[in-house]
Design a protein around this ligand. Structure first.
Ligand code: NAD
Ligand code: TYD
Length: 346
């Protein structure tokens, strides 16, 4: 039996990863670790909380004692999803981004090193490469040129991981994935924000001319790619993961309008994001060759299933929009635990 410490496990991708791991890998047990910031929602793991191979720990990756405690029974693999992840928030202020995305990674790396953890998997993003013109793709050799405070903090973490690998021989792998969509994504990101606004009869805010391009991948494909990197990747390497699926924001908007029976009057063009990266596109050839991984979920089908998920899980996102979801941890673990943990998180 292998033990995985999965940090950021109550977020969008982390919770999908934990669910996939428990259902597809019988010889893995999971310590799911999360600070439950505004983006963390224990309801994302509600169906896993009673699982015999899962233990949930509320804690902050910047807190050495909390991380040490979570590893007290040992950890064979650390998979780090914990991050401040929203570009717009990083433009409003990036202190928490540096704390979690850089300082938190330093804490995890030091504890991984002290405990001689077998593999440290850093979940990174294609945004560290910067922005592309109309042609070309990001490869693992593309220089890092982050252009938002969010991507700068993720690039800093990547460099720190590489430095620990070089200096201390830390067995570490970095995966850099493109934009994810799917169930349990926090409704501040493009696709869930637009789906939920349209269901509520509200308009959708398209930034600038709406022609920025992202490469969209279903979260389940991303999670399979991470698992392939853990089992087949070479320590010290970077693996790009992408959907081979470039779409403009307008194309996505029109697909969602159609799926939800709305027309162009639901579109509201708004001021562009500051420093808005124009185009991201991934060459995932190395992952295909070395890991035998390829995304397999068709975009139109995956998007239709995602729309269906948000339609049939209205109470999940409505509880987020009203703030009710913040009480779920307390309801599960009691007021005393909630108070103790929030004191630690502060
Ligand atoms: P998310 O915002 O949905 O989840 C982040 C999780 O981390 C939350 O549960 C939050 O509570 C937790 N967290 C934040 N700060 C913490 C801290 N200090 N200690 C412990 N937990 C903390 O983000 P996501 O979309 O699931 O992204 C997960 C990872 O994947 C991030 O590292 C992100 O950079 C990366 N990534 C995301 C995408 C995407 O499209 N969403 C694409 C590529 C890479
Ligand atoms: P987002 O989901 O925030 O991901 P990222 O910025 O990390 O790629 O945004 C995806 C694209 O959608 C990006 O080009 C910005 C755009 N966008 C809008 O046009 N309106 C919105 O309300 C949001 C959140 C994003």
């Amino acid at each position: 039996m292998k033990t995985y410490l999965v940090t950021g496990a109550a977020g969008f991708i982390g919770s999908n990863f934990v669910r996939q791991l428990l259902s597809e890998e019988p010889n893995v047990c999971v310590v799911a670790f999360d600070a439950l910031t505004y983006a963390g929602n224990l309801e994302n793991l509600a169906d896993c909380l009673g699982h015999e191979r899962l233990c949930f720990v509320r804690g902050n990756i910047c807190d050495v004692d909390a991380v040490r405690g979570a590893m007290s029974d040992g950890a064979d693999v650390i998979v780090n999803f914990a991050a401040e992840s929203h570009v717009d928030r990083s433009i409003l202020g990036c202190k928490e981004f540096l704390r979690t995305n850089v300082e938190g990674v330093q804490v995890l790396l030091d504890e991984a090193r002290a405990r001689k953890v077998g593999l440290f998997l850093q979940i990174s993003t294609d945004e560290v490469y910067g922005s592309l013109g109309p042609t070309g793709l990001f490869t693992e050799e593309t220089p890092l040129q982050p252009r938002s405070p969010y991507s700068a903090s993720k690039a800093a973490a990547d460099l720190l991981v590489a430095a620990y690998q070089h200096t201390f021989g830390m067995p570490a792998i970095i995966t850099r994935c493109s934009n994810n969509y799917g169930p349990f994504q926090f409704p501040e990101k493009l696709i869930p924000l637009f789906i939920t606004n349209l269901i509520e009869g509200r308009r959708v805010p398209v930034y600038g001319d709406g022609l920025n391009v992202r490469d969209w991948i279903h979260v389940a494909d991303h999670c399979r790619g991470i698992r392939a990197a853990i089992t087949g990747g070479r320590p010290g390497e970077v693996y790009n993961l992408g959907g081979n699926n470039e779409q403009t924001n307008m194309a996505i908007t029109r697909l969602l309008l159609e799926a939800l029976g709305k027309d162009d009057s639901s579109i509201q063009f708004v001021e562009d994001r500051l420093g808005h990266d124009r185009r991201y596109a991934i060459d995932a050839g190395k992952s295909a060759r070395e890991l035998g991984w390829k995304p397999c979920i068709d975009f139109k089908q995956g998007l239709a299933e995602t729309v269906h998920w948000y339609r049939t899980n209205e109470s999940w996102w409505r509880r987020i929009k009203t703030g009710e979801y913040l009480k779920y941890y307390e309801q599960q673990y009691g007021r005393a635990a909630a108070n103790r943990r929030s004191a630690v998180s502060r």
